[in-house]
Design a binder for this molecule. Structure first.
Ligand code: BGC
Length: 441
């Protein structure tokens, strides 16, 4: 473990932790069904056959979790609002209480309005879902906007499109490959309409959380470089270009639903300026030319027939998820975004960064976070305007298709004892608390 103190960040830098509704709340009987309920009910979809019906039971135990946040000393807490819960009578009362408790504890609430748990009756392949999202966002903003000043529209539309609609390893479990692109366009449209709805409700501090990572070609061969460029467009530019530049990367706009005129007018909505840009970073990807056989990378099974293949990043330690630990990838990513988008890139907040490891004495997690926070500081020294950093995650939780087999929390949750679900802060919780104290000393 590193012993040098973490460098000092500027005053006002926002330190936080993140979670999402479906992964922690439980209380599935107090909300309408989401696409994840249908997906997890199908045998073989989730590694340990589990569901998020109870998860961390945060719905009933949120007071304890707010006390953990206060003990950690974070400035802010990023959680998500469950649209299926808001759809059920009294559903917003829960977030009302949560926000009150956070404010009373001196922790700033930063809600994400969509973190993958779409109501089961809806579908991102339908254009209408975008307008419905904006209507739901207005309802939430009217209720919470007197206490919430910072909002996040969507979480990682790239992963939701790729894993949920193209590859079928997440809900809703579709394997549409490139025919999944309308789901991307409609999420982007939903984002733009939500920005407008939030502004109409008086909100002034709005962002989105997009997943990003450096893409490294497997070799210098032209075929590998081309494949890596293609992957880079899919992961890093398909969502950021329309948001920040008002256009799709070359060759992609034609694949979006509707006429060219309609896509062009949608892009005006999509590019509605945001106040800051959220970046979720876990690891870089090493990408090569297509391979005959299907490949597995970081737990994702890629079918053959794609114009790229994922290769292992060699010579790096791996987390329990099989993801390589590459802190300097965060410096590379942030300086790369700043070079690519220039003045069009608003201030950045790292809205997720973290790793899965077993154990309460989680020195590997401490080393991971330590390395990434320093890498973030180096990006700031190089001139990137970064305003905040959120660890994924406060609690061990329902890690989507991995069920409860991957632990990302600073706090351990005893899923083996569902009646208690005892929370135990890990070594990393104490370490992060001390980092935050030192920042304020
Ligand atoms: C998602 C989280 C997830 C984390 C670790 C991110 O892509 O936003 O919901 O738990 O990665 O896989």
């Amino acid at each position: 473990m590193a012993t040098n103190p973490i460098p000092q960040f500027p005053p006002g830098f926002l330190w936080g932790v993140s979670t999402s509704a479906h992964q922690i709340e439980g209380a599935a009987d107090k909300r309408t069904p989401s696409v994840w309920d249908a997906f997890t009910a199908e045998p073989g979809r989730v590694r340990d056959g589990s569901t998020a019906a109870v998860a961390c039971d945060h719905y009933h135990r949120h007071r304890e979790d707010v006390a953990l946040l206060a003990g950690l000393g974070v400035d802010a807490y990023r959680f998500s609002v469950s649209w299926p819960r808001v759809d059920s009578p009294g559903g917003l009362d829960f977030y009302d209480r949560l926000v009150d408790d956070l404010c009373a504890a001196g922790v700033r609430p930063v809600p994400t309005l969509f973190h993958w748990d779409l109501p089961a009756r809806l579908d991102w392949l339908d254009r209408d879902t975008a307008a419905r999202f904006a209507a739901y966002v207005s309802v939430v903003a009217d209720r919470l906007g007197d206490r919430v000043s910072r909002w996040i529209t969507l979480n990682e539309p790239a992963e939701h499109t790729l894993l949920g609609h193209a590859l079928g390893v997440h809900a809703p479990g579709r394997r549409l490959l490139f025919d999944a692109l309308p789901a991307a366009h409609h999420q982007l449209l939903a984002h733009g309409l939500a920005v407008r709805a939030l502004r109409a409700a008086g909100a002034a501090d709005i962002g989105i959380a997009n997943s990003h990572g450096p893409t490294w070609p497997a070799s210098d061969e032209a075929a590998d470089r081309e494949a890596a460029e293609f992957y880079d467009v899919l992961l890093n530019r398909l969502f950021a270009d329309p948001l920040l530049l008002g256009r799709y990367p070359d060759g992609v706009g034609e694949l979006m639903p509707g006429t060219a005129e309609r896509v062009a007018s949608d892009l005006e909505v999509i590019a509605e300026p945001v106040d800051w840009y959220g970046v979720n970073y876990y690891a870089p990807a090493r990408v090569g030319a297509p391979q005959e056989a299907a490949t597995d990378a970081g737990g994702v099974h890629l079918p053959s027939g794609l114009p790229f293949s994922l290769r292992p990043v060699e010579g790096r330690p791996l987390t329990d998820s099989g993801w390589p630990v590459v802190p300097e990838g965060l410096t590379e990513l942030l300086t790369g975004l700043s070079d690519h988008y220039g003045d069009r890139l608003p201030p950045v907040i790292v809205t997720e960064n973290g790793c899965s490891y077993e154990g309460l004495d989680d020195q590997h997690r401490i080393a991971y976070l330590d390395g990434h926070i320093r890498a973030l500081h180096r990006a700031m020294e190089a001139g990137v305007d970064v305003r905040g950093y959120f660890v994924w995650s406060l609690l061990d939780n329902f890690e989507w298709a991995e069920g409860y087999t991957r632990r990302f929390g600073l706090v351990h949750v005893d899923f083996a004892d569902p009646a208690r679900l005892t929370r135990t802060p890990k070594a990393s919780y104490g370490w992060f608390r001390d980092v935050l104290r030192a920042q304020r000393a």
